[in-house]
Write a protein that binds this ligand. Structure first.
Ligand code: ZN
Length: 64
């Protein structure tokens, strides 16, 4: 049980200001807001300094 306010891993927007989506990576829970979610999907390498290993995420592409 926790009452702490979660914040977006990218922009630190708190959950009472933006809808946050939960995700897990490498066994760790993370939260990302809906504005930053497209970055995680399309340009995860931009989050590499916030989410260790993100530079290695597969990038969703419609090109191939
Ligand atoms: Zn965000």
């Amino acid at each position: 049980m926790s009452t702490e306010t979660h914040t977006c891993l990218n922009c630190n927007s708190p959950e009472d200001k933006s809808p946050l989506v939960s995700l897990r990576f490498a066994g760790q829970p993370h939260w990302i807001c809906t504005r930053c979610l497209p970055i995680l999907i399309h340009k995860p390498y931009l989050l590499a300094d916030k989410l260790a290993g993100a530079e290695n995420f597969p990038v969703t592409s419609h090109e191939d």
